[in-house]
Each structure stands twice: as structure tokens, then as C-alpha cells.
Design a protein around this ligand. Structure first.
Ligand code: MN3
Length: 198
């Protein structure tokens, strides 16, 4: 069975009042993300991998240097779906409940978390991702290059920000720090993060 592209969880223009144009999603979801799905399906066609879950394909291909192309496309399919779910209109602000308590415990304070996350996102050289992860019971901030993700490293992802240039060039041009600040201020879907924490 072919891998499919999950629907965007909001309308293309839903984040326009919050700093991200419909054009961003026409390209980023409609072209970049779709291309990863199409490429993955071509690469696994007729192979055993085509019958595995996307998560299994990511874990198997990460460990096999002959499957780098499969890994890159499979991980990017997963990463982008995870990223769309990390966003919502009028998001951002502060988390609550157990998640807020866990952030305070593991980072010292919510401001300290924001500082660490912003720093990871800003300093990922070239293309990649910033993450909030649950690393066997401890919340941590990480950054990964290109398509790499926490799943490949046996960690649980809670939140992500795409810092490939294609993620912010339409709305913020070269200003990655402004994109990061906007994400934290008005886009983070803390309900999704809390669900992932469980
Ligand atoms: Mn992207």
C-alpha cells in the first residue's frame, strides 16, 4: 500500500493573521511535503518496505547506509506531518497542567525552555529541525540536520519546528530568528504537545 500525505490540519490561509501566508502552505505542504511522499513511494515500490508502517521504514532505513534515500524521504514525510500538527491558529503562549510542570522541572522554567528551543532552532547550521523530546522520561531540546528525527534515535518527539530555509523564506525571508519567535509567540499547538507527552 502506498504511503499517503496526511491532510493539513488547518486551511491554507488559517495562519495568515499569525504570520504565515497561504502561499507558504501551497509550496511547503503542496509541493515540498508532497514530493517527499511521491519520492518515498517510488523508492519502495515492489519492496518489503512498502508494506511496513512509516515509523518502521524510518527506523529500518536509518540503520542501513544503502537506504539513505528511503530514510531521507520517509523521515521528511513524518517530520512535516508532525510539524503541521505542532502549529495552530492563535497558538503559542504557555502550556498548562502536567506539561507545564514537567517543563518547569526539566528546564528550570518556561522561559528557560523557550531560550533553549530558540537557541537550538537558530544554531542548526543549514537545513534541519528543532525538537522538544521526551528522552526516556526527561524533557530535552534537540536539533537534527536534514531529515534526521528523534524517532530514528529512539526518542519520543513532542514538538518540532522546521528550520529549512523553505519553511520561512516566503514569510520571513532570511530572518530565521523572527520565524522562531513568531512560532513560539503565536503558533505552537500546546494541546498537541500535551497529547504526545500522554
Ligand atoms: Mn520543510
Amino acid at each position: 500500500m502506498a504511503f499517503t500525505q496526511a491532510p493539513l490540519p488547518f486551511d491554507f490561509n488559517a495562519l495568515e493573521p499569525y504570520g504565515m501566508k497561504a502561499e507558504t502552505f501551497e509550496y511547503h505542504y503542496g509541493k515540498h511535503h508532497k514530493a517527499y511522499v511521491d519520492n518515498l513511494n517510488k523508492l519502495v515500490e515492489g519492496k518489503d518496505l512498502a508494506n511496513k508502517s512509516l515509523e518502521e521504514v524510518i527506523k529500518i532505513s536509518f540503520k542501513d547506509p544503502s537506504l539513505t534515500g528511503v530514510f531521507n524521504n520517509a523521515a521528511q514525510v513524518w517530520n512535516h506531518t508532525f510539524f503541521w500538527n505542532s502549529l495552530k491558529p492563535a497558538g503559542g503562549g504557555t502550556p498548562s497542567g502536567n506539561l507545564a510542570a514537567k517543563i518547569d522541572k526539566d528546564f528550570g522554567s518556561f522561559d528557560k525552555f523557550k531560550e533553549e528551543f530558540s537557541n537550538a532552532a537558530a544554531t542548526q547550521f543549514g537545513s534541519g529541525w528543532a525538537w522538544l523530546i521526551d528522552d526516556h522520561g526527561t524533557l530535552k531540546v534537540t536539533k537534527t540536520p536534514n531529515a534526521e528525527n528523534p524517532l530514528a534515535h529512539g526518542q519520543k518527539a513532542l514538538l518540532t519546528l522546521d528550520v529549512w530555509e523553505h519553511a520561512y523564506y516566503i514569510d520571513f525571508r532570511n530572518a530565521r530568528p523572527a520565524f522562531i519567535k513568531n512560532f513560539l509567540d503565536q503558533l505552537v499547538n500546546w494541546d498537541f504537545v500535551a497529547e504526545n507527552l500522554g
